[in-house]
Design a binder for this molecule. Structure first.
Ligand code: ATP
Ligand code: MG
Length: 432
């Protein structure tokens, strides 16, 4: 029997006039995810996407790839049949005999106006065929039943013009909206668990992310966080197909904060400087906001007081999709999306080296502003930007390729900032 994959979407249904756009992006994403695998191009048949593998052996890898295509609610591994009762009955019997359930239900979806039965009639008719077959089999214990409320196995039949798809197996998709349909954001990515999960959650809403990582100076005994961040971006790229990672040295900035600001305010000051630096990168990337992995009160820098003080004056949206999540939940997401093992590696984070003994839990915007007034934060942002390198990641034909380059917009922005730092304020040229 021919096996095909039936891809269903959910939220795209709600998109009204924009539905066609989202569906074309979804089809594009499916094509791109499967480009190197032997399958016919996906086809739309009555509000579902159908993918036909040319060999059964590629099904597992296809399912794995499709588990990263945002917009898919679930994927069914289906058998096709002609859309008449006899042909559907023969396939349904076969599908259910393999599953050998003790109780089951048949569910029908009919997307063919000319089909002579309604879904309830079809469910009853096929249910009878399947029940008789399961009871008659030599190995059957004779006690097989129909159970509509909590069946052990559900046999789904989807009737479309000219054919039908029948299945008892389906895999949940990642849900959300197709990749890169919602505008760009810049994610602050540490090597830890939280920030890559936060990035994933925003990608799932259709945001296309660029990443910024701040690393510490010469690696300590535990190694630098930089390769960890690179691995994380590599793992996240198949979800959105292309990514850019900016890596910036943070130690020179930290040294100045340590030398010039009260010890207890160091961490919120680091975070403010990171956010401001990322905001500049967001300008070069034409991004509409930042993403962080903050989870309220997880650590001292993430109390509501400190988060408010950090954001003060930024005048740029900051998305914190993990704000209300527990660490347990975040870790289970990290396992699911494939970043857990990467973040488990030992690495030297950029902050612990200059951590205060007693970090402020309730800092205020005024306190941070006062501390910053001795630091020249704009110069510190330029200092961090001046150390930037960028790497482009691209998922193509099943592999992630990388290429180092700083884009011309970033180069221009940096040149402008450096020039602005040299001349008196009144003479600063207009922003690029
Ligand atoms: P994570 O939150 O990713 O597990 P973490 O717990 O070490 O890492 P926190 O101290 O909780 O990081 O920092 C809160 C957020 O600040 C991170 O989720 C991330 O968005 C940002 N951040 C922290 N350190 C860095 C860094 N070195 N580079 C870029 N962003 C960072
Ligand atoms: Mg954290």
């Amino acid at each position: 029997m021919d096996r095909v994959l039936i891809l269903h979407y959910h939220e795209i249904w709600l998109k009204g006039k924009n539905k066609r756009y989202f569906l074309s992006r979804l089809t594009g994403a499916v094509k791109r995810a499967l480009a190197d695998l032997p399958a016919a191009p996906p086809r739309f048949i009555s509000e579902r996407l159908v993918v036909e593998p040319r060999e059964d052996s590629v099904l597992p890898i296809m399912l794995e790839r499709l588990s990263r295509v945002f917009g898919i609610a679930y994927v069914a591994v289906a058998y096709r049949a002609a859309n008449n009762l006899e042909a559907m009955g023969a396939v349904a019997r076969e599908v259910m005999a393999r599953k050998a359930p003790r109780d089951f239900a048949v569910r029908a979806k009919i997307a063919d106006q000319d089909f002579p039965m309604n879904s309830m009639e079809l469910e009853r008719a096929l249910g009878r065929v399947v029940l008789d077959h399961l009871r008659e089999r030599p190995s059957a214990d004779g006690d097989v039943r129909v159970n509509l409320s909590a069946p052990e196995v559900t046999c789904t039949v989807e009737v479309v013009p000219g054919e039908a798809f029948i299945y008892a197996e389906r895999q949940a998709g990642p849900g959300g909206l197709p990749a890169a349909t919602g505008g760009r954001l810049v994610a602050l990515l540490s090597g830890g668990f939280d920030s890559s999960v936060a990035a994933y959650k925003m990608m799932r809403r259709g945001a296309h992310l660029s990443f910024v990582h701040f690393y510490s100076g010469p690696a300590g005994a535990r190694g630098s966080s930089r390769p960890v961040a690179e691995e994380l971006v590599k793992a996240l790229t198949p979800y959105q197909f292309t990514s850019r990672l900016y890596s910036l040295a943070f130690e020179p900035v930290q040294r100045r904060v340590v030398a010039g600001a009260p010890e207890s305010l160091r961490v919120p000051l680091y975070r403010r400087l990171m956010a401001r630096t990322a905001r500049e990168i967001a300008r070069a990337e034409r991004a509409l906001g930042l993403v962080t992995g903050d989870s309220v009160s997880q650590v001292a820098s993430q109390t509501l007081h400190n988060l408010a003080a950090i954001d003060h004056g930024l005048d740029f949206p900051v998305y914190r999709p993990l704000a209300g999540d527990d660490k347990e939940e975040i870790i289970s997401w990290a396992r699911r999306i494939g970043t857990y093992a990467i973040s488990c590696q030992p690495f030297e984070d950029c902050c612990p080296r200059f951590m205060p003994r007693a970090p402020a839990i309730f800092s205020s915007a005024e306190e941070l502003d006062r501390a910053e007034s001795h630091l020249d934060p704009e110069a510190l942002v330029t200092l961090a930007l001046d150390s930037a390198t960028a790497e482009d990641f691209r998922f193509e034909l099943g592999k992630v390729e990388t290429r180092r380059r700083l884009g011309p917009r970033f180069e221009k922005l940096l040149a402008w900032r450096k020039k602005a730092a040299e001349v008196p304020c009144a003479a600063v040229p207009a922003e690029p």
